[in-house]
Design a protein around this ligand. Structure first.
Ligand code: Y39
Ligand code: FE
Ligand code: FE
Ligand code: FE
Length: 230
């Protein structure tokens, strides 16, 4: 089924829309909160980029506030318990990597995987969002590109030393993203977002990022499809 194009076709006040929104909105709020924490953590590890990372962390807090307002605007209460569980595996893997000082893994999880997931989700959401949420999401997605860019630039500058760890971290974490996508597939569809469109946009962003960092086209194909069931 093609991606819906006119938000006029969607009833934002229907029970089914609000029910699905209570989970998707919560995921986004939780994601923004965790992204804030992750960039704050990264600032401790990378003193040369400390100010920049604190500024990224601040943007994530702003994003969180924006999406909280989107939920309130539709009178939806976000299901934060669901969202906490939704992110728990990636959260745990980030914490674990941070405790070992594996900065490359932390950057792969937050700045590549999660940012690409966010960019894909927000790009696909914008055309089907209500007017209030669309304006907010349009501004947020611009920031997310700059967060992805931070990760790309750092990993590009340290590519040879990071390559092996990136491969391992990708193998560990990318399959989790496909599982996460499967978990929200039905809710996303209610909001007018098709899974195929989300996967396609994610693959494009993530593949481009890996290629910018220095991986060959062959490596990009192998890495970006890791754990993706046909
Ligand atoms: O860097 C960021 O701001 C990312 C944390 C935010 C994550 C958003 C996750 C979006 C997934 C939504 C899935 C909808 C189908
Ligand atoms: Fe936490
Ligand atoms: Fe964000
Ligand atoms: Fe971000």
């Amino acid at each position: 089924m093609p991606q819906l194009e006119a938000s006029a076709a969607i009833d934002f006040r229907s029970e089914s829309y609000q029910d699905a929104y209570s989970r998707i909105n919560a995921i986004v709020i939780e994601g923004e909160q965790e992204a804030h924490e992750n960039y704050t953590k990264l600032a401790d590890f990378l003193p040369d980029s400390k100010d920049q990372l604190h500024s990224l962390a601040k943007m994530e807090s702003r994003h969180k506030k924006g999406f909280e307002a989107c939920g309130r605007n539709l009178s939806v209460t976000p299901d934060m318990e669901f969202a906490g569980q939704f992110f728990s595996q990636l959260h745990c893997n980030f914490q674990d990597a941070a405790s070992r000082g594996n900065i490359v893994t932390c950057l792969l999880i937050q700045s590549l995987i999660i940012e690409c997931f966010a960019i894909a989700a927000y790009n696909i959401y914008i055309p089907v969002a209500d007017d209030f949420a669309r304006k907010i999401t349009e501004n947020v997605v611009k920031d997310e590109y700059s967060h992805l860019n931070f990760g790309e630039e750092w990993l590009k500058a340290h590519f040879e030393d990071s390559k092996t760890e990136l491969e391992t971290a990708n193998r560990q974490n990318l399959p989790i993203v496909w599982q996460m996508l499967n978990q929200v597939e039905d809710d996303a569809r209610v909001l007018g977002m098709e899974k195929e469109a989300l996967v396609e946009d994610f693959m494009i962003q993530y593949g481009e990022a890996l290629s910018n960092i220095g991986f060959t086209n062959r490596d990009v194909m192998r890495l970006s499809a890791m754990g993706l069931a046909a």
